[in-house]
Unconditional design. Structure first.
Length: 452
């Protein structure tokens, strides 16, 4: 039995070691997996002879970028998994076996930004190697990179100052994607992109498909509904740069793909928009679907004021007479949509006020308040159906909501009437009570007091 217990214990330790060493790439670094990894390099490790804090390259200021210590590497995901300098850079780890980099064919040099994707891809594009750390590894990042706006520019100009793997993930301090301190953690992606894209000098003159890229994207995004949801409410599913532009294959969405980019999150709206004539009308005059009305980076929370033909309404931009050739029939539909939504909002507000009043008076209103949810759901549905650009489905949803508000309003009136009736009957019931009390008082006063 003792032998069997020892075997089971050994198998358990083996499985623990295997699964601890191969977490999901989106997970934060697990401290348990690091315990077996030595924190210090061997004394005869060749890289430290030149590149260590006290190495031969440590003196001149110009060589500072070549100096790396164990302290610099302590947060690096590769270091924590047990990888060392030579496993990325090549060369001989033992000082006695060291060969000058210039004469060593196994050394992988980085002489320009164009070398970086292939340098990282040496491991990250190797399925067999990456399976050591994850059963189903992604090995397409390098291929995707060369399709990106960054990769295309780098192919045209090998020495261009353009983002590569290390620009976003870091060099010797690369953290796991799921690490809260990672440059590519959802709450940090926008600031990482802004390092370049908010630099007016760097972005000056840069174009994509003959359109200037600009440098205000981060400033605008910071005011958006997406940024507020992510940074203030902690919603990590809210859109940031890579959700719309992509990760390794990042490019600006083209006019005919904006709605598809938005549709990855806003699925129902995208499906409705895809079947409308408006989609094709936008594309004909080179207007990007969703972004035409909602904007691109500074996307504000939508309101009913955006709809209709009143001052400031978005529909009025095109549907005023003579503007962009848009039809006046579309203007009338926009007005009807706006008026229908406004009517439903007013009715819901009125009923809510009555229910609030009844609740303050101590009446039971849980049933009517619960049913009022259906009216709010109908309002949400009607606002969504605006993207059909057809009045019928919107009116149908509004009518459904108004039917509910009418019923709940009747219930609220009944509850308030019941409260009034209770007060009246309470008042009437007090009359005979006070009469009896008065008679008792008179009787007591008229009764002689015995002197004995």
């Amino acid at each position: 039995m003792k032998a069997l217990a020892s075997i089971i214990f050994g198998i358990t330790l083996f499985h623990s070691a295997v699964f601890a060493a191969a977490p999901d790439e989106n997970d934060a670094v697990v401290p348990v997996a690091e315990a077996a990894v030595p924190e210090r390099l061997e004394e005869d490790y060749s890289c430290m002879f030149c590149h260590g804090k006290n190495g031969t390259l440590a003196g001149p200021e110009k060589n500072r970028h070549l100096i790396v210590s164990e302290e610099d590497l302590k947060t690096d995901i590769h270091w924590r998994k047990g990888l060392r300098c030579h496993e990325c850079h090549g060369g001989n780890p033992k000082l006695d076996d060291f060969v000058d980099h210039r004469n060593d064919p196994s050394f992988r040099s980085l002489t320009s930004p164009q070398d970086v994707p292939g340098f990282c891809g040496h491991c990250h594009s190797n399925t067999k190697y990456m399976r050591r750390y994850r059963p189903s590894p992604r090995v397409d990042q390098e291929t995707e990179y060369w399709t990106s706006g960054h990769g295309q520019l780098l192919q045209e100009k090998p020495t261009a100052k353009v983002a590569t793997c290390v620009s976003c993930h870091g060099g010797h301090d690369t953290r796991a994607v799921g690490d809260l301190e990672s440059r590519v953690y959802p709450t940090r992606v926008a600031k990482t992109c802004a390092v370049c894209h908010a630099d007016a000098e760097l972005m000056a003159g840069r174009n994509y498909h003959d359109r200037p890229l600009g440098h205000q994207q981060f400033e605008l995004w910071s005011k958006s509904v997406h940024a507020q949801a992510m940074m203030k409410k902690g919603d990590l599913s809210a859109a940031t740069c890579n959700d719309c532009h992509g990760n390794h294959g990042a490019v600006p969405p083209d006019v005919d793909s904006v709605a598809n980019a938005c549709g990855t999150c806003h699925v129902k709206v995208a499906e409705l928009f895809a079947t409308t004539k408006m989609k094709h009308s936008f594309e004909k005059i080179d207007l990007p679907g969703c972004a035409t009305c909602h904007g691109n980076h500074e996307i504000r929370s939508p309101t009913d004021k955006m709809l209709g033909m009143i001052d400031g309404a978005l529909c009025a931009r095109c549907h005023e007479e003579g503007e962009h050739g848009a039809t006046l029939a579309g203007a009338e539909i926009a007005r009807q949509m706006h008026d229908g939504l406004a009517d439903l909002v007013t009715q819901i507000s009125t009923v809510e006020e009555k229910l609030d009043k009844a609740e303050r008076l101590g009446m039971e209103i849980r049933g009517p308040r619960f049913r009022l949810r259906d009216a709010n759901d109908a309002l949400t549905n009607a606002r969504t159906l605006v993207h059909t650009f057809a009045i019928e489905p919107v009116q149908e949803a509004v009518t459904e909501g108004l039917t509910v508000t009418t019923e709940v309003d009747a219930d609220a009136e009944a509850v308030l009437k019941e409260y009034t009736n209770r007060r009246v009957w309470l008042g009437l019931s007090l009359v005979p009570i006070f009469a009896v009390v008065a008679l008792l008082v008179l009787y007591i006063r008229s009764t002689p007091i015995s002197k004995s």
